[in-house]
Design a protein around this ligand. Structure first.
Ligand code: SF4
Ligand SMILES: [Zn+2]
Ligand SMILES: [Zn+2]
Length: 237
């Protein structure tokens, strides 16, 4: 057996497993560092071709990002880059005439015109209020794939207000309100979340819109303390 080739094959097998064990921010960092240029990865030196434009590490990281796409793990709490870095990175993820992402090599399809990394970056910029929220598709909630922007933790008053306003424009608001009523009736209200245009504190108490500002101030002073009860008690939906 050719031991060098065998070792290379073993190394190749390990990349997906390693990618699965990494935090999303680390995966994004790998795809940012392992850039292919003139037939090689600038970071690790692996050979790349037009058919395989990414080195094995970058390819494994990208596959893992695609698998996690839309999950809580890709929320704003896991991505801590400056807005300038995110915008610079977003501009590099653009289509080539060959139908691939210029930056990461993702092959677009008729249904998928954004690479996974660009979707993560866009959600992060949306959550920070740097770009407008993506227009919802018919029959799909505006919050789909952006759940972090509808959570109270990790966001500020402006972000909460943006999420509430988006709920009011959501194509499935009526359905969402019905589901919310059922959840409340069943004793399982949302916690630390905005649902159907209504905010709920850590304990599932509705925070009325006119007390949201006060609640944000109290909460910032006393995270997870009794102050969180101050704004509770309104009727949702
Ligand atoms: S109305 Fe419901 S589904 Fe629509 S954005 Fe708000 S929480 Fe999401
Ligand atoms: Zn590389
Ligand atoms: Zn890309």
């Amino acid at each position: 057996m050719n031991t060098i080739a065998g070792a290379q094959r073993e190394r190749g097998k390990r990349h997906p497993a390693v990618a699965r064990s990494l935090a999303t921010a680390d995966l994004v960092r790998i795809t940012a560092q392992h850039v292919s240029s003139e037939g090689r990865c600038e970071e690790c030196g692996a050979l790349v071709t037009a058919a395989k434009p990414l080195c094995p590490r970058a390819a494994a990281a990208l596959r893992e990002l695609a698998r996690r796409d839309g999950t809580a793990d890709t929320s704003s709490r896991t991505i801590r880059f400056s807005v300038a870095t995110l915008l610079r990175s977003a501009s590099a993820h653009r289509p080539t005439p060959e139908g691939r992402c210029f930056r990461c090599g993702f092959v677009y399809t008729a249904k998928c015109q954004d690479c996974p990394q660009l979707r993560i970056i866009r959600r992060e910029l949306e959550a920070r209020g740097m770009i407008p929220l993506t227009a919802p598709e018919p029959g799909v909630g505006t919050c789909a794939g952006k759940s972090a922007s509808w959570e109270l933790t990790g966001q500020n008053l402006a972000s909460w207000q943006r999420a509430i306003d988006s709920c009011h424009e959501c194509p499935i608001l009526t359905q969402c309100r019905t589901t919310l009523r059922n959840r409340i009736a069943g004793g399982e209200p949302p916690q630390d979340q905005i649902v159907a245009g209504a905010a709920f504190d850590y304990y599932g108490n509705h925070v009325p819109a006119d007390r949201l500002r006060t609640y944000a101030v109290l909460r910032s002073r006393t995270p997870r303390g009794p102050a969180n009860h101050v704004a509770a008690g309104g009727d949702a939906a």
